[in-house]
Design a binder for this molecule. Structure first.
Ligand SMILES: Nc1nc2c(c(=O)[nH]1)N[C@H]1C(S)=C(S)[C@@H](COP(=O)(O)OP(=O)(O)OC[C@H]3O[C@@H](n4cnc5c(=O)[nH]c(N)nc54)[C@H](O)[C@@H]3O)O[C@H]1N2
Ligand SMILES: Nc1nc2c(c(=O)[nH]1)N[C@H]1C(S)=C(S)[C@@H](COP(=O)(O)OP(=O)(O)OC[C@H]3O[C@@H](n4cnc5c(=O)[nH]c(N)nc54)[C@H](O)[C@@H]3O)O[C@H]1N2
Ligand code: SF4
Ligand SMILES: [Mo]
Length: 908
């Protein structure tokens, strides 16, 4: 059976076709790209195509728990209702807080917002979008008067110039990257500029790369505005008729960057490159600037956004095909959250607390016979302020849904202390384990992707259906249902009486159109977010809903691809605003020993805190361990070497990871991934090193500019330990570890300083003496395996630090040994050699779709493959999702030019 649904990862919002064998209720047969979905037209990236491998009931949270004990739903819901009710009575509504997520479906999100703000009456509801989109939202609102993304994906294809800044599109929005790549191939005149402090894979399609100094964005775009004015490249007519604030914005730009030389100096890019960019931008109307976390996650994020929008307004490049400032969203439903008003400073349906008449309007809309909502009068605490309010004891209960704040919030160790202090922590979650769950009093098992029904909105405002295909495992329930049941127990039942999720969607659609008159002004009730055209769908129509872009209303029943084509903006004057901005230094202050800047971000094959992507073993091979990317000069100064373990620290925390020395990283700055956490490694939560500074307008934290010191980890030995399901890892027996889930066993990478007697170690730590072993004490090598009745229980290899992974290569065949009832004699003999009975070592995985390793590719290049296409023909690498094409190109150039490139040091 096939069902069309939507990928639950990034904001591209790809349609997928899920193939389902009706005799199996725990997984899908396959997930492929939906050719009929406008966002991806059949394409998928590696994460999307590995979705089926992330399912299964193993590791899921299947029963409610109170203080660690399994309880019935009745009991759990009664407890939540009663305790929230008591706290509300004793300490007031404001003692209750919600922390939501862009990974909730719109219907869940709408109800959570209605529950907390409308009926509990607390303003303190925020979401992880604070860490993600808050600056983009604030910037759009300041400039356009509404949080409305003007562009659509076709604009990227129709543009003559595409500027990507603070976005690693190739890894983080791979399908959009593929679309852009194809568009560029079709239109050789199209130019692409990449602005990023690191040389990222996205640079592969760049005609021009600007290696901006971290935080140089405002100076760069102010310099552009000055240049446009100086060269007479302004759209004077557009400025005069449709904008305000131009003179002030230009004056501020000229003050900061009076000429290219100053701008170049401030943003760290050489004059020639900068001038080329300025010339291209200033001479092009059809320009899209696409930006993401390199812009948003900063203490001047909102100003950065406005510096970009200023240039678009000054050049009139907005509201036209192939033009506009395009904030690309991260989470699958970041947009849906913005639509329902999930952020603490929003009320509901694109209405803010200060929007004239909004409080009254929403109150009337949510009133049911006999029940009047008690809306708070003004905005509540944003995420970081929420943590502080918990510390002060003002927040007594926190309900977290679909986010893992102990890993993702800045100053993560402080968040841990705050959660410990909070008298009641409730977490709705799909997985049985994550860092946050360890600090929860009440756990509520939620249904997950492929189980739940609802809608999500992608980066181009396109609403798509996610469809429930599989039954939730155990007693897991839908988030919207859980909210309704708690609401009922708190006495709000009448306002939460839905028989099915389509009724929630209907209410959300009706609210968007409620007293929303396009003939009115924003001050008299007009909102751009209007999906009243989708109100009144019955269940069948809702189930069949095809992807559609908002606004969808009487004047646009088929939806709207592009906004502001009439240049009528949502400000009181109807004019877009240019905002005077100037660069500010980052707020994170270097201490005497924390000289290095810490940049944090994503890798291609993992999603956030790895609760789902780490379940697909093939997504673990591209980067398997927490790492630290370091420029060679910084590595030299800190005496750390490629492939060795190193430590980052500052007064807030520490991070341990494998060093990757690379010239892609600018000197003075390090890069670490955000994904690893206590479930997968010792001390690898990047956010533990980030101070909780945030943008004064948006409240978005400065997650890309930490300050740290780098030093080597004094380890002597390293081990790779493979464990079958019934052996526990001896984590106390090492100084560092990382866990890599493989298909049939767990791979533990370990390291330590003191060298033990390995045979004794095995017996003591693994509970069983090795069946086979070999030791070379002088070289520090030890290998051992333990078999029981012919079956492999564990396997261990030890070597001096930094030498193990390159030596081991691909150990996929060992993983396969764990499913065999009995090992063949040849397999047994090979165990200690660590080499497969047949086949070659493929090396670190480059192409995750077809599982092709670096060494295999190197052999193919040596054997005559001279292009990505030739490699694809020979090995199939790069032929499915294409996200590895930049890496294939790098390997081709490195090998053909014999240029020195960093050695891939992570395990195969
Ligand atoms: N594979 C994968 N894809 C994802 C996600 C994931 O977890 N994994 N998460 C999704 C989510 S929620 C989000 S929000 C998006 C994020 O998508 P992106 O924003 O593309 O992701 P990041 O890697 O966080 O950061 C982007 C880039 O900003 C650069 N940067 C850092 N400082 C500066 C600066 O001062 N100026 C400029 N111009 N650039 C700077 C970094 O070097 C980095 O390359 O990805 C989404 N897609
Ligand atoms: N240093 C640093 N920190 C960052 C960032 C950065 O670049 N640098 N990026 C920030 C950004 S942009 C983001 S978006 C955040 C992401 O950070 P988080 O939101 O904390 O990360 P996730 O791992 O996506 O957490 C989602 C949780 O919800 C669970 N879940 C999934 N689906 C459902 C569902 O349907 N219902 C329920 N109840 N639970 C579900 C998952 O198992 C998981 O535990 O991280 C932020 N933190
Ligand atoms: S680009 Fe990949 S992760 Fe993003 S929605 Fe599409 S398939 Fe999912
Ligand atoms: Mo995000």
């Amino acid at each position: 059976m096939q069902t069309n649904t939507t990928c639950p990862y990034c904001g591209v919002g790809c349609g997928v076709v899920a193939e389902h064998d009706t005799t199996r209720c725990d997984t899908l047969v396959s997930v492929t790209g939906d050719p009929s979905h406008p966002a991806n037209q059949g394409r998928l990236c590696v994460k999307g195509s590995a979705l089926a491998q992330t399912l299964g009931h193993d590791g899921r949270l299947t029963h409610p728990r109170i203080n660690g004990l399994e309880v019935s739903w009745e009991r759990a819901l009664d407890e939540v209702g009663a305790r929230l009710g008591r706290i509300r009575q004793q300490h007031g509504s404001g003692a209750i807080a919600g922390y939501l997520s862009g990974q909730l479906l719109t219907e869940d999100y709408y109800l959570a917002n209605k529950f907390f703000k409308g009926f509990v009456g607390t303003p303190h509801v925020d979401t992880n979008s604070r860490l993600c989109m808050a600056s983009a939202v604030a910037g759009y609102k300041r400039a356009l008067g509404a949080d409305a993304v003007p562009c659509c994906y076709e604009d990227l294809e129709e543009a003559e110039l595409v500027v990507l800044t603070g976005s690693n599109l190739a890894w983080n929005h791979p399908v959009l990257y593929q679309r852009l790549r194809t568009a560029k191939r079709r239109n050789p005149l199209m130019r692409i500029v990449v602005i990023d402090p690191r040389v990222i894979d996205t640079c592969e399609i760049a005609d021009l790369y600007l290696p901006i100094a971290p935080g140089g964005d405002i100076a760069l775009f102010n310099g552009l505005l000055t240049y446009m004015a100086g060269k007479g490249r302004l759209d004077r007519d557009f400025i005069e008729r449709h904008t305000e604030g131009f003179d002030e914005a230009l004056a501020a730009a000229q003050l900061e960057a009076p000429d290219i030389e100053t701008a170049a100096d401030l943003c760290g890019v050489d004059v020639e490159r900068l001038e080329t960019f300025y010339y291209w931008f200033a001479s092009q109307l059809h320009v899209v600037t696409l930006y993401s976390q390199g812009i948003n996650q900063s203490s001047s994020g909102t100003d950065r956004v406005n510096a970009i929008i200023n240039c678009h307004l000054a050049g009139g490049s907005i509201g036209l095909p192939g033009a506009g400032p395009f904030s690309i969203t991260g989470q699958p439903n970041a947009m849906g959250g913005r639509e329902v008003g999930g952020l603490a400073n929003q009320l509901a349906a694109h209405m803010d607390y200060h929007t004239p008449g909004a409080l009254d309007r929403v109150t009337r809309f949510w009133t049911t016979p006999g029940l009047v909502p008690t809306l708070p009068e003004g905005p509540g605490h944003k995420a970081l302020a929420l943590v502080e309010a918990i510390e002060r004891g003002e927040i007594q209960a926190l309900w977290i849904m679909a986010t893992n704040p102990l890993v993702s919030l800045p100053d993560a160790n402080r968040v841990r202390a705050a959660l410990k202090k909070c008298p009641l922590v409730i977490v709705s979650e799909c997985m049985a384990r994550n860092d946050t769950l360890e600090h929860a009093d009440i756990l509520l098992p939620a249904s997950g992707w492929a189980e739940k029904d609802g809608t999500v909105t992608n980066s181009e405002r396109r609403i798509s259906r996610q469809r429930g295909i599989l039954p939730p495992p155990g007693e897991a329930r839908h988030d919207w249902w859980i909210i309704c049941e708690v609401a009922r127990r708190m006495g709000f039942g009448e306002a939460f009486a839905y028989s099915s999720v389509h009724e929630v969607f209907d209410e959300h659609a009706r609210l968007s159109g409620f007293e929303n008159d396009p003939q009115a002004t924003p001050e008299t009730g007009y909102r751009l977010f209007d999906i009243s055209g989708l109100a009144g769908l019955d269940r069948t129509q809702y189930d069949a809903l095809a992807p559609i872009q908002w606004p969808v209303n009487a004047s646009a029943p088929q939806g709207t691809a592009r906004l502001f084509e009439d240049a009528r903006f949502m400000t009181p004057s109807g004019r877009a605003r240019l905002i005077a901005v100037a660069s500010r230094p980052a707020m994170q202050r270097p201490g005497s020993d924390t000289r290095l800047l810490l940049n944090t971000g994503r890798i291609r094959d993992q999603w956030h805190t790895m609760t789902r992507t780490a379940r697909a073993s093939r997504l673990m091979h591209h980067r398997s361990e927490p790492f630290i990317e370091v420029h060679p000069e910084d590595a030299r100064q800190a005496s750390v070497q490629n492939g060795q373990l190193a430590r980052l620290h500052n007064p807030l925390g520490e991070y341990l990871g494998r060093v990757r020395v690379t010239t892609a990283q600018p000197q003075g700055s390090l890069f670490v991934p955000i994904h690893w956490n206590d479930q997968f490694a010792r001390q690898a939560r990047a956010s533990a090193l980030i101070a909780a500074f945030c943008d004064p307008v948006s409240g978005q934290p400065e997650s890309k500019q930490g300050r740290v010191a780098l030093s080597p980890v004094p380890a002597q030995w390293e081990a790779c330990l493979l464990l079958g399901s019934d052996v526990t890892a001896p984590l106390e027996a090492c100084d560092w570890w990382a866990r890599i889930p493989l298909a049939h066993c767990q791979r533990w990478q370990m390291a330590g300083e003191k060298v033990p007697d390995w045979r004794v170690w095995c017996e003591r730590m693994l509970g069983q003496a090795p069946t086979l072993w070999s030791e070379d004490e002088t070289r520090g090598h030890f290998r051992a395996a333990c078999l029981h009745g012919g079956r492999l229980l564990w396997w261990l290899a030890v070597a001096p630090v930094g030498t193990l992974n390159p030596m081991l290569g691909d150990i996929g065949w060992l993983d396969d040994c764990f499913v065999l009832e009995t090992l063949e004699p040849t397999q047994r003999r090979r165990l200690l050699a660590g080499r497969a009975a047949s086949g070659e070592d493929g090396g670190a995985t480059v192409c995750s779709c077809h599982q092709v390793g670096e060494k295999t590719i190197a052999r193919a290049i040596a054997g005559g493959c001279k292009s990505v296409e030739a490699l694809g023909e020979r090995l199939a690498c790069g032929t499915q999702c294409g996200s590895c094409i930049p890496e294939l190109k790098k390997l081709l150039t490195a090998q053909t030019e014999r240029r020195e490139e960093p050695v891939e040091s992570t395990p195969a």
